[in-house]
Design a protein around this ligand. Structure first.
Ligand code: SAM
Length: 163
């Protein structure tokens, strides 16, 4: 499993008990430090931690890629703001564009989104990039409905041929 945007590493620690191996990645050096500490604290030995802007330093393919993405509109001007501001949807668009080349055949991506962000553009981006998606879970939290999306992408023969 690959977790993009691992933050403090909570999901990566949980996933370590389920997946055979986990890569936890984040663009923030502070997040990488936090994840590294939490991995050690929880004695998770099957987690590799990588500082990376999305897939920039990620090698290999994964059965599952998860991203609790920064989906709120606006452009981040600090590492702290990168936790929730997703460059006006560009972060998720880049993720959806690049994820297929790191996904095993029949692999899946898991993403979060919220009713108080631009969820309809997110769904359009999924559709536009050829993903078939399902909402697996949703929770009402104060003013928002927080949703968990699972998406798969079936590569056609012509696309597969591009290598
Ligand atoms: C909403 S937080 C999620 C943190 C953690 N995964 C969790 O669920 O608690 C979003 C994370 O994505 C990271 N992030 C933002 N832009 C990124 C990028 N371009 N590449 C990798 N990680 C990014 C942020 O640093 C932050 O840790």
């Amino acid at each position: 499993m690959l977790e993009v945007g691992c933050g403090a590493g909570a999901l990566a620690v949980l996933a370590a008990g389920i997946a055979s191996s986990v890569v936890a990645a984040d663009v923030s050096a502070e997040a990488i430090q936090n994840t590294t500490l939490n991995i050690a604290w929880h004695k998770a030995q099957n987690v590799e931690v990588v500082e990376s802007d999305l897939f920039e330093h990620i090698h290999g393919v994964f059965d599952t890629i998860v991203f609790n993405a920064p989906f709120f509109p606006g452009r981040a001007s600090s590492a702290k703001e990168r936790m929730w501001l997703g460059d006006n949807g560009r972060i998720l668009e880049r993720f959806l564009r690049d994820a297929p080349s790191h996904l095993a055949p029949d692999g899946e991506i898991w993403l979060t989104h919220s009713s108080v962000a631009d969820e309809s553009s997110f769904r359009a981006a999924l559709d536009g990039a050829g993903w078939s998606w399902t909402v697996m879970d949703s929770r009402d939290i104060l003013i928002e409905t927080f949703k968990l999306y699972r998406a798969v992408r079936h590569v056609d023969a012509a696309e597969g041929g591009r290598g």
